[in-house]
Design a binder for this molecule. Structure first.
Ligand code: ANZ
Ligand code: ZN
Length: 808
């Protein structure tokens, strides 16, 4: 049996693409279709997750290119970050050297996979020509009042020895851990730079409703992260102390308040701690640690409930967060779960003031707030004049009566971008004893990283010579800021740099970027749902507001999060020792096989198992295609006159083209490939069991090769060369379903069959498809096929050919 040799075919195809510059997009392209994969973090070699991610975008890019689109499909390197420092330390090299080596290796891996990128547009974030624009943008944001240096309680990872943004802290059981190394994070108080993403909270939230091309779960994660809440602020008098303002979403429950709770960091808590040892001890214990949800301490102070005039004991409790609302709340144990748990632990009264509406579920009598809080809205009880009002109306009235104010609160915090690490963009600030924090003037950018030195803390703190500078404002001696930027700054605008990667006087060309954006198809991991994807949206909006973009409010029109490639249902990981290296598969079977397997295994969003059988099956399909093409070329297929079987096959070709086109558009590549697989099987039988018309057979083979082109580009290119020999498949036209006239015969047959069936069903009352089929045509005839195809989707003609084939 003849088989193709991927080690010869694959490099030859790549050479042909390169020679013809197939993937290059000229700067004067008007509005190319922008297909983008999240650029990889430079960590070694590419892994199966990368291969899947990039197989998807490459398939789309090739498909759209064949459909006549100009396609922008660039690639670059997210190449700053802590792992490079760690690796450099382990291997005793420097982060730059290590990173550049990774880039070389990964680029080589990608090339081997046949991913077609416009490498002229390659972007590397660790390149001074790139990160100078991080610095330049830092200065623009600062001028706009969107960057602030402030003291705050921050998340500190003791292992990475750096602060983390809130988005980079993950929950693991009761712990909050570092997203990278999973060490429990600590609280510290530091002066840091913050990007004021909260200024854009409303737009970031509201615009999600119009992001039709985004998966709903990602929009929901962003909504939750932003966490907008409508509520009210009300001020309570505290005899002998200053008033306390609280934030509540449930003003309707105020008559049921039985205590007031302060966060340990609240001003009044601090004041009370100074007077009371027990309070001081608790406040101290709560500092930097996450205490039990029901922990807290009673104080001697009381607050006056403005609705009832009652005295509410004041507690300091760790479940009240410093940076939410006002850091103070009145507690209603009957209607809030946390308050309920706290009240039980501290023996505080639980008083019901809301019950379900009379006609609603559950029955009011079935509720016992002593047992568990009733947290839904309802109708007020035990609330004096307000009894009988529904919760919403009660809130409206109470705001007025209690002199409260409506406020909107967010969960989203400003984005802390300072990092105490070396391998990142130096923050372009000079600290002058006289002038304070002065921005480095644009003409002095980039502030380049000094040479790397091994040390325990931040190497930039040790770079004395680099640190010492003069103040741009007064010329006096001053010091450079030694923090670098969060690498998520780098990835917040890299998709714009691809539009004009070499531009020397601006981060990107405003007009071109505005024409080319937004990205039409963006594909990457779900882990970026609230980090990268939120930051990039924020950057885009700011850049548009400061006129660096024109009318681009969102960076990514369409988003797909690819699922994981598993092995035996488990995530591949070095620690489990179950990693399948893409390079091994490529060596043994070739890149096309790996790509075809990955793309046919499941829809992009779904996880799937890597299986040897799946890989082999993909390889068999490609070999089968190759043999069909070779047999045709050798003239070993006997051809004959055109008859109804040829017409049938042509009709099948058109149907498959339509299906594959539709399924590719919808990102259901596995469905598309299933249709191709069936077509290949049909054509295989067709040439074995019949004497195909030359013209039909030729069209069939060209169609198969073209439909496979986006997914298995090397072998398809090779086959195309054998069939056509003129232009490259990579830039050939996508096939179209062009119904020739004699389809009418087929159509007429189907019409007749339909009429016959209607007669049988209506007159004889027979409904079983098999019986009908036999009634229409006792043998496997063309009519029977037409019937089956139309009415139950089965493929007897294919079966017929198969049977004949078997009989031979
Ligand atoms: C009284 C009340 C009664 C509340 C009630 C809720 C239910 P959620 O729960 O997500 O809607 N809150 C206010 N400031 C807080 C802080 N700094 N730390 C922790 N919790 C705080 O969030 C709104 C509620 O969170 C607010 O409404 C407040 O408790 C609590 F039956 O006020 B509520
Ligand atoms: Zn100065």
């Amino acid at each position: 049996e003849i088989t193709f040799d991927h080690t010869a075919i694959e490099p030859a195809a790549r050479e042909a693409w390169e020679g013809a510059d197939v993937f290059r997009v000229p700067d004067d392209a008007e509005d190319p279709m922008y297909v983008l994969a999240m650029f990889p973090y430079t960590s070694g070699n590419i892994h199966m997750g990368h291969v899947r991610n990039y197989s998807i975008t490459d398939t789309v890019a090739r498909f759209e290119r064949m459909r006549g689109e100009e396609v922008l499909h660039p690639m670059g390197w997210d190449s700053f970050g802590l792992p490079a420092e760690n690796a450099a330390e382990r291997r005793d090299t420097d982060p730059e050297e290590w990173t550049l080596q990774c880039i070389e290796d990964m680029r080589e891996d990608m090339t081997q996979m046949g991913f077609g990128y416009d490498w002229d547009r390659e972007v590397r974030t660790c390149d001074p020509d790139y990160y100078r624009w991080n610095q330049w943008l830092f200065t623009r944001f600062r001028e706009e009042g969107l960057l602030e240096r402030k003291a705050g309680e921050i998340n500190w990872c003791p292992d990475c020895e750096t602060v983390l943004a809130d988005e980079q802290v993950e929950e693991a059981g009761d712990d909050e851990v570092c997203w990278r190394c999973e060490s429990p994070v600590e609280d510290r108080e530091l002066n840091q730079w913050y990007l004021q993403i909260t200024d854009y909270a409303d737009e970031l939230l509201d615009a999600l409703d119009d992001l039709d091309g985004w998966p709903e779960n990602v929009c929901e994660m962003q909504r939750n992260w932003i966490g907008r809440q409508e509520g009210t602020r009300v001020t309570l008098e505290v005899p002998d102390y200053s008033d306390v303002t609280i934030f509540t979403t449930r003003l309707d429950t105020i008559h049921g308040a039985t205590y007031l709770a302060l966060s340990p960091g609240h001003d009044l808590a601090q004041t009370l701690a100074a007077e009371d040892d027990d309070v001081a001890e608790y406040v101290e214990r709560a500092d930097g640690a996450d205490l039990d949800e029901t922990s807290g301490v009673a104080t001697d102070a009381v607050a006056i409930n403005p609705a009832t005039g009652e005295q509410l004991p004041i507690y300091v409790a760790d479940y009240v967060l410093d940076d939410v609302g006002t850091g103070a709340l009145y507690a209603v144990p009957a209607h809030d779960d946390r308050d309920h748990a706290f009240a039980e632990a501290h023996d505080l009264p639980i008083r019901q003031v809301v019950e379900p509406a009379p006609d609603a579920e559950p029955d009011p009598d079935a509720i016992d707030v002593q047992e568990a809080a009733y947290t839904a809205d309802g109708v007020l009880v035990n609330s004096g004049d307000y009894d009988g009002l529904d919760s919403a109306s009660a809130r409206d009235r109470l705001v007025e009566d209690l002199d409260g104010e409506w406020v909107t609160e967010y969960r989203l915090r400003d984005w802390l971008i300072s990092r105490q690490r070396y391998w990142g963009t130096p923050i372009p600030i000079v600290d002058c004893p006289d002038c304070g924090h002065v921005s480095v003037p644009d003409e002095d950018l980039p502030v380049e990283l000094p040479e790397f030195v091994q040390t325990t803390g931040n190497p930039l703190d040790e770079a004395d010579e680099w640190r010492a500078t003069t103040c741009p404002e007064c010329g006096g001696p001053a010091e450079r800021e030694t923090d670098t930027m969060d690498t998520f700054v780098d990835s917040s605008w890299y998709f714009l740099r691809y539009c004009s990667p070499d531009l020397a006087d601006a981060p990107f060309d405003t007009e071109r970027a505005s024409d080319w954006m937004p990205v039409d198809r963006y594909v990457g991991g779900i882990e970026h749902a609230v980090m990268h994807l939120l930051y990039a949206r924020f950057f885009t909006k700011v850049l548009d507001d400061i006129d660096l973009l024109e009318g681009v409010r969102e960076p990514f029109a369409d988003l797909t999060n690819q699922g994981m490639v598993l092995l035996d249902g488990e995530k591949m990981s070095k620690s489990k020792g179950n990693v399948v290296q893409p390079t091994e598969i490529v060596e043994e079977y070739g890149a096309d096989t790996a790509r075809l397997f990955i793309m046919s295994a499941a829809q992009p969003e779904k996880d799937f198992d890597w299986t040897e059988e799946g890989v082999r099956s993909a390889n068999r399909l490609l070999q089968r295609t190759y043999r069909l093409v070779r047999a045709h070329e050798d003239g070993s297929i006997a051809t004959g006159d055109r008859d109804e079987i040829d017409a049938y096959v042509e009709r099948e070709l058109d149907a498959t083209i339509a299906t594959v086109t539709e399924e590719f558009e919808a990102f259901r590549f596995n469905h598309a490939l299933q249709a191709v697989r069936e077509l290949i099987a049909l054509i295989d039988r067709y040439r074995d069991a019949t004497d195909p018309a030359e013209e039909t057979l030729d069209r069939a083979l060209r169609t198969i090769v073209k439909l496979l082109g986006p997914v298995a580009p090397h072998i398809a290119e090779h086959c195309w060369d054998r069939l056509d020999g003129e232009d490259l498949l990579a830039s050939a036209d996508w096939p179209t379903a062009d119904r020739p006239d004699d389809y009418e015969i087929t159509d007429r047959l189907i019409e007749n069959t339909r009429a016959d069936v209607r007669d049988i069903v209506d007159v004889a009352g027979i409904e079983d498809p098999e019986t009908i089929r036999l009634a229409i045509a006792p043998d496997w005839t063309f009519e029977a096929h037409a019937f089956a195809r139309e009415f139950d989707g089965s493929d007897p003609m294919g079966a017929l050919m198969g049977q004949e084939y078997m009989r031979e």
